[in-house]
Design a protein around this ligand. Sequence first.
Ligand SMILES: *Cc1c(COP(=O)(O)O)cnc(C)c1O
Length: 374
Amino acid sequence: MDILPFTRPAIDEETIAAVADVLRSGWLTTGPKCRELEAALSQRAGGRPVRLVSSATAALEFALRIADIGPGDEVITTSLSWVATSNVILAVGATPVFIDIDPATRLIDLTLVDAAVSARTRAIIPVDLAGFPVDRDALYALAAKHKLRVIEDAAQSQGSLWNGRELGSFGDLTALSFHPNKNMTTGEGGCLVMNSEEEASRFEKLRLQGVSRLPDGTYDCDVLGGKANLTDIAAAIGLGQIKRLDAFNARRRELARLYFPLLAGLPLDLPPADFVNSNWHMFQVLLPPSLAGQRAEVIRLMREAGFALGIHYPAIHLTTLYRQQALVAALPHTESVASRILTLPLFPAMADADVGRVASALRQVLRDLGAEVA
Ligand SMILES: *Cc1c(COP(=O)(O)O)cnc(C)c1O
């Protein structure tokens, strides 16, 4: 039986042909296709400098480094995210400080920032989970008040809006991911939107061995850089995707809208019904507390019915590494939501009827597990 996945990339024949052209061109690594994609991303970001790397993880880590954040510094973030969000904080030698989420939005609760700021706090990394933007007005007011850098983990929110403006077109540093599960992909890849060409040139060094070319054809190496440049093969995929990003997001919104009436009457917490700002990277529901212990069974039964569900994410602060290395206040909402969250299938190529099939199967599974279903 075919399983409907929770997401699937949409690659067209034109993109496949463009990748073949790169393969035939004789130039596979970083080159003209990367520059073209950086220009297209910069255009969406209101002309701000954008540089590509091999992952959003690298973009986030280099963002911390160009903000000069390192040992002894604290960075405030959310524990309800992919572990990359906080791994990069540890990678630069700084300390992650997790604060709780707002259970209604599932995003970092910005009203808790004041109490979490210490003399060592240097930055905040908000995460637009599922594509719902963290309140940028409140975020940048707090950043100004406490003199913090903001490194936006917008790995899931390509094309999401705040006050009518696309994320990345304003603010401090913004990282996007082009992993195959995201709303647009390069196979693997990511980028950082920055404030100045000076930051961009520091970033360029960090992504490729810390070297800068000299006029005499040699180079200098004055900082320890990594190896995180993107290939032109990947950029050719991204150029095919960025043209379709708005259409992808519109289709995701349409499908998300269909879920709401079909899931009404089920004992689930639904996501915020935001059809303006969110790019609907994921459609996530919360099981009732009474079924939290049976989440694996819900996933198993849904799979038997032909549907793959995801868990995004287990709470980071409960993993072994972070029990040892993070500063963690009580995070009751994060723990509750993380134990009950499920990602339902949502991707542009899904048919309207698929939404109905997912909803009916979920209704049946919840009923079979003894939940009250209207
Ligand atoms: C996917 C993701 C990342 C990491 O992106 P990569 O490109 O895989 O490194 C970081 N943060 C969040 C919230 C993500 O969803």
